[in-house]
Structure formats: C-alpha cells, structure tokens
Design a protein around this ligand. Structure first.
Ligand code: GDP
Length: 440
C-alpha cells in the first residue's frame, strides 16, 4: 500500500530537488500535484487541502539553509506535516489498572478476531499475562476461531457458550482475571456488516458494564474513506480511545490511515500488516511518514544542516549579548528558532519573565510568526542593524511594505524593545535564547 502515493510524491520531489531556487510558481505546481496524489490515495478532500495550505505557509516562512537545496527543504516540510497529520508521536497503550481491559469493536470482517489474537501475542511477548474473551456470541464459529487462535499463541480464552449476555460474560471474565493476577483482558465483540442500532446498544452495554481502559475500533484500511466514516460513527456512539487499522499490507491506497486521526481526533494505535498473528505493529507516525515518502535520507540531512545553523546562530547571538547589542536581525533569527521549538510555552514558563514573553509572542500561531517575519523583512538593512533609527514615518513605510496595519509594526517594535531590555538583564532566559541550557 501507499505505493502509488509514494511514487507520485517521488516524482514531485524529483522535480523540486533539481531546482536551485524555488519560485512561487514551481511551489504552486508541486503543491497541486501533492494534493492530487493525496486525493488519489483516497484522502478526504478537506484534509488534503488543509495539508497543502499548511505546507505552503511553512514554505513561505522558512529560512533558507545554505547547505541544502530548497527542494530538499520542501521534502522536510512535507515530511513534518505528514507526521503531524498522522498524529505526531506514537499513542501506546497505558496499563494503569490491573487487569487493563481492552475492548475491540468493529464491523464484521474488519479483522477483529484475528486482531484480538495479534494483540494478545504482542502483549504476551512484552511479558504480560493476557486473557482473551469471546464476546461474539452469536456465531459459534467466531468462538471456535478465537479458541484456535488462543491455543496457537498460548493465551487462555474465556467463553460461555450457553449465554448470550455479553456484558455479563465480560464482567465474569474480568472478575476471574482479577483473581488470577492477569495483566490484560482483551474482549472480542460481535460485528455486523453495517453499523446498526442493536449492535451499538450491545457494545454500549458492555462498555458500561466493564468500564474498559481502552475501546479500540478495528477498521479495515482497504475501505478507504468509508473506514473513516465508520470510525466517526463508532466514535460518536462509544467514545473510542483509538484505532487499529488492518490490512495495510494489501493494496489499500492508504487514505484511511492518512485521514482517520484528523477527522476523529482519535489516535491510530496499531496497524495490521498481514494475516499472520505476529503482524501487528505499533503505529509510529514518523516511521509511517518515511515509509510513504521514502526520503529518510533527505529528511535527516536537512535536520542536521538546520541543527548546525542553530548552533552558529546561537554563538553569534551570544557574542552580541556579551557586547550588549541586539538588533532586528537577531530578533528575526530568534523568531525563527522559537518557531522551530514549537511548544515554547512549555519551556518558557520555567524561566523568569518567560510567561510574559510567551504571551507577547502570541504563543505559537504560525501565521502570526509569518507576519512578524514579513514586517522585519520590510525594514531596511540600516533599520535592522540599528533599532534606534525607528520612528513613525519608518513604521508607516514598513507597514505598507509588509501589508500589515501600522499598529502591528508598532506592536512588534514594542515587543522587540521589551525583549532587548530583557536580554540586557537576563540570566537564564538570555542563556536559553542564546542556545545555552536550562537551569537545573
Ligand atoms: P472479524 O469478522 O472482524 O472478526 O474478522 P476476522 O478476524 O475473521 O478477519 C477477516 C479476514 O481478514 C481474515 O481472513 C483475516 O485473516 C484477514 N485479516 C485480518 N487482519 C489482516 C491484516 O492485517 N492483513 C491482511 N492481509 N488480512 C487480515
């Protein structure tokens, strides 16, 4: 899967990487092609468009890293946005209670029973004592299937063939697991071909009866956007804690994997990569992005180059601080570094004066940063190097040049002056800004 998307993205990047400079026109072309590639992979149109907008905004605001080509930088931006779209970091299971109860739900044929076995094996291999529960009581064959899987992987299966009260069966199983010192209970439930009210009601009853730590929807990735709408339905009814996407080894175009997180706000936790019981993997957004882009080398090259630049800039800034000289060029490179830091609030709040600064920076709204950058870039070289030149006529000219109201320029000048003052007095904050480490 993702092969066609990967091929198409490769083509786009091959063209871009050849360019020594990027113009608005060739970025626009590339973005159009990426958008089409996403739509072809069955990504929801709204998400594809938002993705492209995000990449474009990032491209405009990026500083140029001299040692890599602009095309390589675009690859890195697309990579980062893709990781973000896929959910950022991995969302692993938490084992807060003993036993931790995991309830699997999903449509018939999605791979639920197989996945119950796969998950049991994965957790068993992590040293956990696992118990499976046969909750698909309407199909004796489903109970048989789970028992066969249980024997194969050496995990006990709790089944009550004479009862159809799944909630009660689940409660019994969890009770027994508690006395047996079991770590994890995995409940397989009944699915239907389509979502219907009776099925949902039964699932809600089980959920209320056992209060599982995790309610995971097993969804067939081959269904594409249909899988996403199934996910939305289930999420509304059951307040899911995550997804397991199956059959990603097949020829699915991958749209479900790309959009499900963004559409539902709920993370993909595992992916099924085959029929075998050991083919369940933890879902890592960054690995998935590099599988799709196949450009891990370019991404790490740009990361390294960017880190070197940061170091150089930090050194320069340190010298300036020592000489008590902080100008708009420094401010600009600060803004860019802060933008890279992302959640700067979390760092700043530990530092004296940090809270105000985070507020003044208007947190991390990228559009705001982009506008601030545009304002500084509209200043003349002399103005940037000598902040004391700033006066009202200059502010008016700069506002016109950068297409913002003059109040925004005044606001920025004020922030700059505030920062300059803080830099002069600062201990830890200045050191952090200059690339030093946080105080112990
Ligand atoms: P359930 O009705 O949801 O319980 O679905 P099953 O567990 O019976 O699975 C339905 C079919 O999908 C079976 O043939 C499984 O072997 C197959 N299957 C499940 N997960 C995967 C997967 O990740 N990849 C592939 N290729 N097949 C899978």
């Amino acid at each position: 899967m993702f092969e066609s998307l990967s091929d198409k993205l490769h083509d786009v990047f091959r063209k871009l990487r050849g360019q020594s400079t990027l113009t608005e026109a060739n970025i626009t072309d590339a973005m159009r092609e990426i958008r089409l590639a996403l739509l072809d992979a069955d990504v929801n149109i709204k998400i594809a468009s938002e993705f492209i907008e995000g990449v474009k905004a990032e491209c405009v605001g990026q500083e140029v890293i001299k040692s890599v080509t602009p095309g390589q930088q675009v690859v890195k931006i697309v990579n980062d946005k893709l990781v973000e779209l896929l959910g950022g970091g991995a969302s692993e299971l938490e084992f807060k209670s003993k036993p931790t109860v995991i309830m699997l739900v999903g449509l018939h044929g999605s791979g639920k029973t197989t996945t119950a076995g796969k998950l049991a094996l994965l957790l068993k291999r992590q040293g956990k004592k696992v118990q499976l529960v046969a909750g698909d009581v309407y199909r004796p064959a489903a109970i048989d299937q789970l028992e066969i899987i249980g024997r194969e992987i050496g995990v006990p299966v709790h089944a009550e063939r004479t009862s159809v009260n799944v909630a009660a069966i689940a409660v019994n199983a969890v009770e027994q697991a508690r006395t047996a010192g079991t770590d994890v209970v995995i409940i397989d439930t009944a699915g239907r071909l389509q979502i219907d009210e009776t099925m949902v009601q039964e699932l809600v009853r089980i959920r209320q009866a056992v209060r599982p730590d995790e309610v995971l929807l097993v969804a067939d990735a081959a269904l594409g956007q249909e899988a996403v709408s199934v996910a939305e339905h289930f999420h509304r009814a059951l307040d899911l804690t995550g997804f397991i996407l199956t059959k990603l080894d097949g020829d699915a175009r991958g749209g479900a994997a790309l959009s499900i997180r963004k559409v539902t706000g709920c993370p993909v936790k595992f992916i099924g990569m085959g029929e075998k019981l050991d083919s369940l993997e933890v879902f890592y957004p960054d690995r998935m992005a590099s599988r799709i882009l196949g450009m891990g080398d370019v991404v790490s090259l740009v990361e390294k180059a960017a880190a070197e630049i940061d170091e150089e800039e930090a050194k320069k800034l340190q010298e300036k601080l020592r000489a008590n000289k902080f100008d708009y060029d420094d401010f600009l490179s600060q803004l860019r570094q802060i933008r890279k830091l992302g959640g700067m609030e979390s760092i700043l709040k530990f530092l004296p004066g940090g809270r105000q600064l985070a507020g003044a920076m208007n947190e991390v709204d990228p559009r705001h940063f982009a506008r601030m950058e545009a304002v500084i870039l509209s200043m003349t070289k002399a103005e940037r190097a000598n902040p004391d030149l700033m006066d009202f006529p200059r502010k008016k000219r700069i506002a016109k040049g950068s297409g913002v109201p003059v109040e925004m320029v005044s606001g920025l000048v004020k922030q700059f002056e505030g920062m300059r003052k803080m830099m002069k007095q600062s201990g830890p904050l200045g050191r952090l800004m200059a690339g030093g480490s946080l105080p112990e």
